[in-house]
Design a binder for this molecule. Structure first.
Ligand code: SAM
Length: 289
């Protein structure tokens, strides 16, 4: 039975192990059973699922995951949490496996192959906020067999993921997420649901991988280079932003020609363009270079 959603039990464990929170690891542990239930519901787990959890902390969400999935593999960077998880809070679960490492260095593809026969896994996590974007981008960009990603993130990051062209929150993250996933906000989570309280509001967002991307492009890699260039200098025209890009070396006159051929205004800024426009431009440039 999952017990850690109770704040008293959390405090008991923290005291027992003289645990000291490390700000640098983004440690804000969940202490609210309603929020934990909402995360589990949003993740739509079945007893066939393999779940990858990022940052189990003392194992609060992990206990719920173990109760609801076939197997849970959790990656935790903080070695002081390892004995808490293995000897105490998760000791009774035989469907739990722990990897003491940095999630950005773990070979997730290998885990999916070895532990799930290459079938899609589900990622569920209360993410460390200092690296939310790199984690989500790396999960999406590696083209891993992932069915869905259900994560607690800063409210502001959830807004950026869902933002539409021309809005202040719109950027490379919005396009990267929307190209690959349907987004759904499962809960807004108040500060008092965490220990210690974070400085910013939080949301549970589910990213359900799309079967097919919303636009068919010749080179998604090139399209995302153009997108990154456009938003690295979002106040500049698309033409200038692309010609200043360190990732791309396309002569300025060719870019101007491509912008025109893609049916875009020569003074347009990337921040007002959606995936269809970036896709069109990318295909024209792909043929030019
Ligand atoms: N899942 C727990 C909960 O909900 O109570 C803890 C969530 S806490 C917001 C984030 C967790 O991620 C912490 O346990 C932290 O040590 C861990 N973490 C931070 N950076 C990490 C990294 N690069 N790789 C793996 N885990 C990391």
């Amino acid at each position: 039975m999952a017990t850690l959603g109770d704040p008293k039990k959390t405090i008991e464990i923290l005291n027992k192990y003289h645990f000291v929170f490390r700000k640098k690891f983004g440690q804000n542990f969940l202490i609210d059973t309603h929020v934990l239930d909402k995360i589990i519901r949003a993740a739509e787990l079945t007893d066939e699922d393999l779940v990858l959890e990022i940052g189990p902390g003392i194992g609060t969400l992990t206990q719920y995951l173990c109760e609801n999935a076939r197997q849970v593999i959790a990656v935790e960077i903080d070695k002081t949490l390892i004995p808490i998880l293995t000897e105490d809070t998760l000791a009774d679960y035989d469907n739990f496996e722990l990897i003491n490492d940095d999630i950005l260095k773990v070979d997730i593809k290998r885990i999916v192959e070895e532990k799930n026969g290459g079938r899609p896994i589900k990622v569920v996590a209360n993410l460390p906020y200092y690296i939310t974007t790199p984690i989500v981008m790396s999960l999406l960009e590696q083209e891993l067999p992932i069915d869905s990603i259900t994560v607690m993130v800063q409210k502001e990051v959830a807004e950026r993921m869902q933002a539409a062209p021309g809005t202040k929150d719109y950027g490379a993250l919005s396009l990267a997420v929307q190209y690959r996933a349907e987004t759904y906000i499962a809960a807004n989570v108040p500060l008092n649901c965490f220990m210690p309280r974070p400085a910013v509001g939080s949301c549970v967002i589910r990213l359900k991988k799309k079967q097919e991307p919303p636009v068919a492009v010749k080179s998604p890699e090139l399209m995302f280079k153009l997108i990154r260039a456009a938003f690295n200098q979002r106040r500049k025209t698309l033409l200038n932003a692309i010609s200043n890009s360190g990732e791309l070396s396309i002569p300025k006159d060719k870019i101007a020609e491509a912008i025109k051929e893609a049916g875009l205004d020569e003074n347009v800024r990337g921040e007002v363009l959606g995936l269809p426009e970036f896709g069109r431009l990318s295909d024209v440039i792909c043929d030019l270079i």
